[in-house]
Design a protein around this ligand. Sequence first.
Ligand SMILES: Cc1ncc(COP(=O)(O)O)c(C=O)c1O
Length: 379
Amino acid sequence: MTHPNTVLIGVPGGRAVLDTPALLIDLPALERNIAAMAAFARDRGVALRPHAKTHKSVEIARRQAVAGAVGICCATLGEAEVMVAGGIAGVLVTSPLVTPSKIARLIALNQRQTEGLMVCVDHPENVRALAEAAAGSGKPLEVIVDFSAGHNRTGCATPEALSDLVDLVRAAPALRFVGIQSYSGNLQHIPTRQARSEAAARQIEILRGIVDGLRSRGIDVPIVTGVGTGTFDLDPAAGVYTELQVGSYVFMDVDYLNALRDGRNGPPFETALFVQAAVVSLHAPSHVTIDGGLKCFATDGPKPEIVRGAPAGSLYQFSGDEHGRVLPPEGGTLGLRLGDRLEMVTPHCDPTVNLHDVYHVVDGDRLIALWPVDARGRR
Ligand SMILES: Cc1ncc(COP(=O)(O)O)c(C=O)c1O
């Protein structure tokens, strides 16, 4: 199906007349973010395996690889299938895959992937099931043992449980133990840099103890993976992680812009993701209605922030599935007409992306390309 905005690609001023709502990527900002994180990792001597859960895009994963990433992380097997099909090497599935259908798909993917497919585990039953399936396939499966790291979502709850699981993986002839994952998702959005830094330091000392404990038993731990955008420059300093799994830095959303601004002269990465919507109703003097609502923006974060097309201080409010309200700044007026376009920073980038089929890649006033959100909805 041809997208209605295809005809605008390359047309001067095309950005101002897009069919809306449209998910926008500011290409120069995206490229600067990709380059900045790659340079940071290089300088600190850590590898970069960015998380594709943020963008679900083969094109962006390729650009991250060209900038120096060693691979890509995926939250779902469906994302991993899309990345492997797109030719991306070094795919790590950061969540456990436990049901028989998922294990069968994982093993089939392991047969297809020639370079470095890895999966996380956190339970002995899962290790046994993977070991059996991998043995039947004739190709070993690389396994990372996950530590809960205070996040309490997945991962072994204690260092002892993790150590036992490492032994179980190492005892399975069809599995290869390649490292530890420790992702403290609960720390990433702590709003002050000082508090985030202290919490990250405490967590890292636990991780250091785990890794040192394994190494003192003669176990090789080539990969220690974790780290999100909120602690990207806090965790590497401790010298425990061998790689960063940062995701949101490519786009930056309202929440991260606020959290990462603290303690610096500004956020270290730029906003590269926006939603453009149009005014579709002027039915009341108090506000206008635009064509971007609950099916356009994630609702688990702060409100979308209007950055273009309305007076500074105008506020967004959700107004149903397909609509939002724009309220004027205190004591001011909007002065908007039907069809006027507004652009907003997204509240939480990952789930917002998953609500859209395509990225509108823009540079200045032009639409440069449409990129599919390849792994949208893929589980
Ligand atoms: C396991 C894991 N690693 C890395 C990330 C990336 O984090 P961020 O988007 O905060 O950079 C996430 C995000 O939820 C994650 O779940």
